[in-house]
Design a protein around this ligand. Structure first.
Ligand code: PHE
Length: 377
């Protein structure tokens, strides 16, 4: 090959080529060199080098042949050299283009091969989550109240003292505020009013009655906040469902019937309920609802003898606070206290869930340990 390489750099006279047959041989050699060269063009960059070697304007092989063989040919040989050069050029150009196409489609093919999906590979397993137990209990409670005509409303966790206290008949210096003295937000100086994290869902009683005329029948699931130190039964954040029913002729009987229906649906028909007098500024009369102890069946005795530790031997477990809406509250929402009556209740969801599922530490609801969560798929 080296010899033919040198040959294109020399003139025909120099090479001693005076006969057409010699010209043919020279061109045949050039063509063979080209064909073997073309094998080296395997990718884009080697193809470019190959193309420049042959077609480069200044010193490509075809330029050399033109300069050294054609231009210096004797008049008799010029036609033969010209014809042979044209043939070689056509071959070179078409072959170079062929190589380009082959390299391009080869690259595409290998890219396609790289990206091909192997459907036999095992997939990525994404574990399905489940609802947190608190969310599940919310849903159970909502379903029970839906079935007797209540609807769900939700409200803000950041409240004004007016909705959290005043409109619920808890004036500024009322002692019950002590229980609920809570988290106030740091506001910039000159803020129009203080803001706090609601301590109960009861503010939604007021917000609902401001917006709707009786009959009102709503429940309010949500988070509430109190300055309680964490222990097995206290958390500074917990969950409540508020209930409110107001209409023209709602009686204490409707109230106890509704609560009893709920408790039996939630815990099972076997439980008994009772209520005891209590006090809330926004209900009158106020009661605490108790359910017969789910752990000892109301006997007060532990299975292995001795007293039941859950109800401390009383056979009853305190469930939640409730009462008939205090007429003073209607004054804040411009309802006519002479015409309407109703009841309200507020239950701690964490407590209900703990009782129903035998959980003895409220903190597990907030730790999100999957070993706990997995037990309630
Ligand atoms: N909001 C009261 C509490 O959190 C519960 C309650 C609600 C009592 C509605 C009566 C009526 O303790």
């Amino acid at each position: 090959m080296a010899s033919s390489e040198n040959k294109t750099a020399r003139t025909l006279a120099d090479l001693g080529a005076t006969q057409p047959a010699q010209i043919s041989t020279l061109f045949l050699e050039a063509r063979e060199r080209f064909d073997s060269d073309s094998l080296s063009a395997r990718d884009e960059s080697s193809w470019k080098q190959f193309r420049d070697t042959w077609l480069g304007r200044k010193s490509g092989v075809l330029t050399q042949i033109t300069d050294n063989w054609l231009k210096t040919a004797t008049p008799e040989l010029k036609r033969v050299v010209g014809a042979a050069l044209n043939k070689l050029r056509a071959h070179v150009e078409s072959q170079i283009e062929e190589r380009r196409k082959a390299i391009e489609s080869g690259a595409e093919e290998s890219a396609a091969a790289r990206e091909r999906m192997d459907l036999s590979l095992p997939g990525v397993i994404r574990p399905l989550g489940s609802h947190h137990l608190i969310r599940q209990v919310f849903q159970q409670i909502e379903d029970i109240f839906f079935s007797i005509g209540f609807s769900v409303v939700e409200g803000p966790e950041i409240e004004t003292p007016y909705y959290n206290f005043e409109a619920l008949n808890i004036p500024e210096f009322h002692p019950v505020r002590d229980d609920m003295d809570t988290f106030y937000l740091d506001l910039p100086k000159g803020a129009p009013q203080p803001l706090l994290l609601r301590t109960h869902t009861s503010p939604m009683q007021i917000r609902t009655m401001e917006k709707r005329q009786p009959p009102v029948r709503v429940i309010v699931p949500g988070k509430v906040y109190r300055r309680d130190n964490p222990d097995a039964t206290h958390s500074f954040i917990f969950h409540q469902v508020e209930g409110l029913a107001v209409d023209q002729d709602i009686t204490f009987c409707d109230f106890t019937g509704t609560i009893e229906y709920f408790v039996k649906q939630f815990f099972g028909a076997g439980v008994k309920t009772r209520f005891r007098p209590s006090y809330f500024p926004f209900t009158e009369p106020s009661v605490e609802f108790d359910v017969s102890c789910i752990f000892c069946g109301g006997s007060g005795a532990a299975a292995g003898g001795g007293t039941c530790s859950k109800c401390k031997g009383s056979g009853w477990i305190e469930l939640f606070g409730a009462g008939m809406v205090d007429p003073a509250v209607y004054g804040f929402v411009k309802y006519d206290a002479k015409k309407v009556s109703g009841f309200a209740f507020g239950m701690g969801i964490d407590r209900l869930a703990m009782l129903k599922y035998g959980i003895d530490d409220i903190q597990v609801f907030f730790q999100n340990d999957v070993r706990f969560l997995r037990q309630f798929p």
